[in-house]
Design a protein around this ligand. Structure first.
Ligand code: SF4
Length: 305
């Protein structure tokens, strides 16, 4: 196993030298801060979508200090459209902690990194390896896919037993040198070759070691998430327009869907008519507002906390 592990590390790094991505915006002038911002943006989001957001964000907040000192609304404004807004709120909280408790410098300690809001084990590993060039395993979606195929690992990758197994494999493959390049190589292998539906095994540097390929079962891995229907919520949103044609917006509570964003006032799911919009002091106090219309919206919601 030891010898094979070394061979696999070697071929992955050689492949990266020739074919890896080296010009993504967060790879230029690489710092833990830039790696962190990019990693948080890349969670659940495609690289091509993230690039313009990253560039705008870094232009406005080039370092921890500028982000820590910004009002939350400005941070959320630059995030608008990326979704999963808890990521932006955690980014802001973490910047404040790093500024106040670590004098603006990321702690050079994997466990301390994982204590910061929004930074899990894989993101901490990415900051440590890509941002500080120190060996640390990562296990994002791309890397999980590569390892589940390479080792033909059964079980949904986020199930605790499978996850434990995958972390062990990820740790076993860590090289002692070129930590940043190795991490980037694993991400690139998953993103460029070992893609979800049509892996390009012909060009893959680990093809001869890959158990899923040997069994001709590449797309059987990773095991899909067990299906679970998302809860559907029905709610009412009011469009309140005053004499100046201004529309009332409310800031939503920090937790939950669209947390901390400005939105049309939501008034629950039990309204039977628009007149019920006067249901509480908040709306009745808006004496000049005229209820023009109301809308009903159904949406499937993921928990965003
Ligand atoms: Fe993925 Fe194919 Fe490479 Fe195996 S051989 S790791 S399935 S691209």
């Amino acid at each position: 196993m030891q010898l094979q592990t070394k061979k696999i590390q070697k071929v992955i790094l050689e492949w990266f030298d020739k074919n890896g991505r080296k010009n993504l915006p967060w790879q230029k002038a690489r710092t833990p801060y830039r790696v962190w911002v990019s990693e948080i943006m890349l969670q659940q989001t495609q690289v091509t979508t993230v690039i313009p957001y990253f560039e705008r964000f870094i232009k406005k907040f080039p370092d921890v200090k500028s982000l820590a000192n910004a009002p939350e609304d400005e941070v959320l404004e630059l995030w608008a459209g990326l979704g999963y807004y808890a990521r932006a709120r955690n980014l802001h909280k973490t910047a404040k902690i790093i500024q106040q408790e670590y004098k603006g410098t990321f702690p050079n300690d994997l466990l301390l990194l994982q204590e910061l809001p929004g930074i899990g084990r894989s993101t901490a590993g990415a900051i440590f390896s890509l941002g500080m060039n120190q060996p640390a395993a990562i296990l994002d979606g791309n890397v999980k896919r590569v390892f589940t195929r390479l080792h033909a690992i059964d079980g949904y990758p986020n199930a605790s037993k499978t996850l434990k197994q995958l972390w062990q494999i990820a740790e076993d493959y860590l090289p002692n040198e070129r930590a940043a390049d190795y991490t980037q190589a694993m991400m690139d292998l998953g993103a460029l070759l070992c893609t979800p539906t049509q892996p390009n095994c012909k060009s893959c540097p680990v093809q001869k070691y890959c158990l899923a390929h040997a069994q001709d079962k590449t797309t059987d891995y990773p095991t899909p998430k067990p299906t679970k229907s998302l809860p559907v919520r029905s709610s009412h949103f009011l469009i309140l327009v005053n004499n100046q044609q201004e529309i009332l917006l409310e800031k939503r509570p920090p937790a939950g869907i669209w947390g901390g964003l400005w939105s049309l006032p939501e008034c629950g799911s039990n309204l039977s008519s628009p007149h019920e919009a006067k249901r509480d002091a908040e709306f009745s106090s808006i004496s000049k507002n005229v209820l023009k219309t109301w809308c009903r919206k159904n949406y499937a919601c993921e928990i965003d906390s």
